[in-house]
Ligand binder design. Structure first.
Ligand SMILES: CC(C)(COP(=O)(O)OP(=O)(O)OC[C@H]1O[C@@H](n2cnc3c(N)ncnc32)[C@H](O)[C@@H]1OP(=O)(O)O)[C@@H](O)C(=O)NCCC(=O)NCCS
Ligand SMILES: [Zn+2]
Length: 252
């Protein structure tokens, strides 16, 4: 008799932009490397690069394989371009988010996962309020942390399903910031079984993770620094000029 699991686990790996080094870029595939020169702002290129690097390191850690050899599909179901939710061939469910200096990668075997983080200091308040328009909680005096808590709770759900922003987000109803994170309703469709957990992050960030599963999920937040500094990754130094970042945004 197979016992059904009563709880599941999800790990959320954190990294910061200062931890990115040129030799990390060697693990990227050509799709990932080719995206970087298109960013005009170096910090955007660095967030994108570090997200892809940490995703590979974490997936390699789970699969016990060379991070550079892992096949990651980013095909957008709508247009076929490689800008959709990443999926690791033969691997666990994953999700990537970045904001400010922080990059997070969520990984679990329990079901499709979505993670989101937002910097509390990084975004003009008015923009967030506008972005949330249509929601009852858009009063101008709402606390920025509350707004972003609500925002990230909703975005994790649509990132878990792989739909991202392009569905009407007001259809996703989550619990109020003061209450435990919970998906309440998704009007117009069958509400998926979804475990929502707010993340314990450095104080200038809020974040949440959603796992599409019917069992409660234990979330462990951990640092990716050990993976980023592991000796196996540091192969030979990248020749000057060979870094995709040095071609485009002038980073590193
Ligand atoms: C996914 C999305 C919500 C991310 O919003 P964001 O706040 O800018 O960025 P986040 O830090 O939360 O997440 C970014 C990561 O989400 C992942 N992602 C991209 N599309 C995704 C999707 N549809 N579902 C789940 N995750 C997605 C990627 O890994 C991305 O990181 P990367 O580009 O560095 O690889 C947003 O990009 C989106 O809605 N995209 C789909 C809508 C769209 O424009 N599609 C184009 C149709 S042709
Ligand atoms: Zn697309």
């Amino acid at each position: 008799v197979t016992k059904m699991p009563t709880r599941a686990t999800c790990e959320v790996w954190l990294a910061t932009l200062d931890q990115l080094r040129p030799d990390h870029l060697r693990v990227l595939d050509s799709v990932e490397a080719d995206r970087l020169p298109r960013f005009t702002r170096p910090a955007d290129a660095a967030r994108c690069a570090l997200g892809a690097v940490v995703l590979r390191l974490v997936a390699g850690h789970y699969l016990n394989t060379d991070p550079g050899a892992i096949v990651i599909d980013r095909t957008c179901p709508q247009c076929g371009l490689a800008h959709g939710k990443p999926s690791v061939a033969g691997g666990p469910e994953v999700s990537v988010a970045h904001s400010g200096d922080l990059v997070v990668v969520a990984v679990t075997a329990a079901g499709p996962v979505g993670v989101d983080v937002e910097s509390v200091t990084g975004r003009p308040r008015a923009q967030v309020v506008r972005a949330l328009s249509g929601d009852p909680r858009t009063d101008a005096d709402l606390d920025i942390r509350d707004l972003l808590t609500y925002w990230t709770r909703r975005e994790t759900v649509t990132k878990a399903t792989g739909e991202g922003l392009d569905i009407a987000r007001r259809d996703v109803v989550v619990s109020a910031p003061a209450d435990p994170a919970r998906l309440i309703d998704w009007s117009g469709r069958i509400t998926p079984n979804c475990a929502l957990v707010d993340l314990e992050l450095p104080s200038e960030y809020v974040g949440c993770v959603a796992v599409l599963t019917s069992v409660p999920v234990d979330v462990r937040v951990c640092s990716a620094l050990r993976l980023l500094t592991t000796a196996a990754l540091v192969i030979a130094p990248v020749p000057i000029g060979a870094s995709p970042l040095s071609r485009g945004a002038g980073l590193l």
